[in-house]
Design a protein around this ligand. Structure first.
Ligand code: SF4
Length: 365
C-alpha cells in the first residue's frame, strides 16, 4: 500500500524519516505550492476552516498520484477538528476515490490501538525498523525546530540580508529529496553549521514578537504568507509558540515523566477563561500572550483561519490582556481570499509601531 499525508509546516521532514526507516511507500504532496490548496478549495464546503481545505487538497493530490492509504492525525474536542476525518472521507468517497482512510486521535489512542489501525501499512515490515522510525522521527522533530530557532536568530541580525533565507530554502530542497534519518540529519547539521557562519550584528537589539494562535496557520509558511521570514527580514526576532516539538513535549514526553508539570500557557490563559477547554489552542493563545508580556516581548501576533471558533473566543480576551499587561496584540485572520498586499501593510504598520514604542522606551530610560 502507498500512503499519503498532509503537510503542516516542517512536519513532512520527520514523517519522511518515519516512513523511509519503516520501509513504507508514500506519496508526498508538494511542499509550499498552491496546487493542493486549489484542489481542496474546489471540493470543500465554503465555510470550512482553511486547514480543512488545504489538508483535503493534499489528500486528493496524494491519491491522484498513486496513494491508496490516507493517514490523518485528527482529534476530538470542542471545535470542527473532531469531524474533519469523517467529512473528508465522505467527500473522497463522493468523488469516487477508492482509498483507505485512517484517522488517528493520537492523544486518546494507546500505541497498540494505533498499530492495529495502521496494520495494512505495516504488514510484512520489520517491527524493529518501525520502532527505529518512530524514535528517529521524534528526534528529527526536535532537530528541525532547533534549526528554525537558529534561523530566527540569524535572520534578523544578519549583515548581508537574504543569507538565512537562502540556506533554509536549500535545506527544504535537499530534505524533500533525502532518504532516511542519516541523510536528513546530515543535511540539518550542515545547514546549522552554515547558519552559524553567517556574519551577524551581535550588538543589534531586535524588537521581539511572539506568534500565538491556531497551530496549522501558525506553523505552515505557505498558508501564513511566510510570516516568520517576513518578520525576520524586517529585523524582528520571532518566537513561535506553536512548534511541533512544543506539542510533542506537552502531549507525550511530559506525560511519560513521573513528575507532573503544569502547562504554563494553559494555566496563565485560565485567568480569562473559567473553563478547562474551549477547543483547539484557544486557552493556550491567551496564556502565551500573557506570558509573552511577562517575558518582555514587544508585541504579539495572533493568527487564525477565518471562522476558527476557539481563536475567535480567545480574541475576545485580548483588549483586557493588552490593557492589563501593556502589550500590543495584532490579529491576522487568514482564508483563501486573503490578499498578501493588505496583510503586508498591516504587518509593516504594526512592526513600525513596535519599533517606535521601543525607541521611545529606550530614550526615556
Ligand atoms: S482549531 Fe480552528 S481551524 Fe482548527 S479545526 Fe478547530 S475551528 Fe478549524
Amino acid at each position: 500500500m502507498k500512503v499519503t499525508f498532509p503537510h503542516m509546516g516542517n512536519m513532512y521532514v520527520p514523517i519522511k524519516v518515519l516512513l523511509d526507516t519503516s520501509g513504507i511507500d508514500y506519496v508526498m504532496p508538494p511542499y509550499c505550492t498552491n496546487e493542493p490548496l486549489e484542489l481542496g478549495i474546489r471540493h470543500s464546503p465554503e465555510f470550512a476552516c482553511l486547514p480543512f481545505k488545504t489538508i483535503l487538497g493534499d489528500f486528493i493530490y496524494g491519491v491522484d498520484n498513486g496513494a491508496d492509504f490516507i493517514l490523518f492525525a485528527g482529534g476530538r474536542g470542542q471545535c470542527r477538528l473532531g469531524y474533519y476525518g469523517d467529512l473528508q472521507a465522505e467527500i473522497l468517497k463522493s468523488l469516487d476515490y477508492k482509498v483507505k482512510f485512517v484517522c488517528l486521535d493520537l492523544t486518546n489512542l494507546t500505541p497498540k490501538e494505533i498499530l492495529n489501525r495502521i496494520k495494512p501499512l505495516t504488514e510484512g515490515k520489520s517491527i524493529l525498523n518501525i520502532i527505529k522510525g518512530i524514535i528517529y522521527a521524534v528526534k528529527t522533530v526536535y532537530m528541525v525546530d532547533n534549526l528554525n530557532e537558529l534561523a530566527r536568530y540569524t535572520r534578523c541580525r544578519e549583515i548581508i540580508k537574504g543569507q538565512t533565507d537562502r540556506l533554509i530554502s536549500q535545506f527544504h530542497n535537499l530534505a524533500q529529496k533525502a532518504n532516511g534519518y542519516k541523510n536528513i540529519s546530515d543535511i540539518i547539521n550542515l545547514t546549522k553549521k552554515s547558519l552559524r557562519q553567517i556574519p551577524v550584528d551581535k550588538k543589534y537589539k531586535p524588537v521581539k514578537v511572539s506568534i500565538v494562535g491556531e497551530m496549522y496557520v501558525s506553523t505552515h509558511p505557505n498558508i501564513n504568507f511566510q510570516l516568520e521570514k517576513k518578520l525576520g527580514n524586517m529585523g524582528v526576532e520571532v518566537q513561535n509558540n506553536l512548534s511541533i516539538s512544543h506539542w510533542i513535549t506537552d502531549h507525550f514526553v511530559r506525560k511519560l515523566l513521573p513528575i507532573k508539570f503544569k502547562k504554563e500557557p494553559h494555566e496563565a490563559g485560565k485567568e480569562y477563561m473559567k473553563t478547562n477547554d474551549i477547543g483547539g489552542h484557544g486557552i493556550h493563545t491567551i496564556g502565551c500572550s500573557i506570558l509573552s508580556a511577562k517575558n518582555n516581548f514587544d508585541g504579539v501576533i495572533h493568527l487564525y483561519p477565518f471562522t476558527c471558533m476557539p481563536e475567535i473566543i480567545a480574541q475576545c480576551a485580548f483588549s483586557e490582556v493588552q490593557n492589563k499587561y501593556d502589550i500590543p496584540i495584532m490579529t491576522l485572520i487568514i482564508d483563501e481570499m486573503t490578499g498578501e498586499a493588505g496583510y503586508m501593510t498591516r504587518l509593516e504598520a504594526f512592526i513600525d509601531m513596535l519599533k517606535m514604542k521601543s525607541e521611545v522606551a529606550t530614550t526615556n530610560n
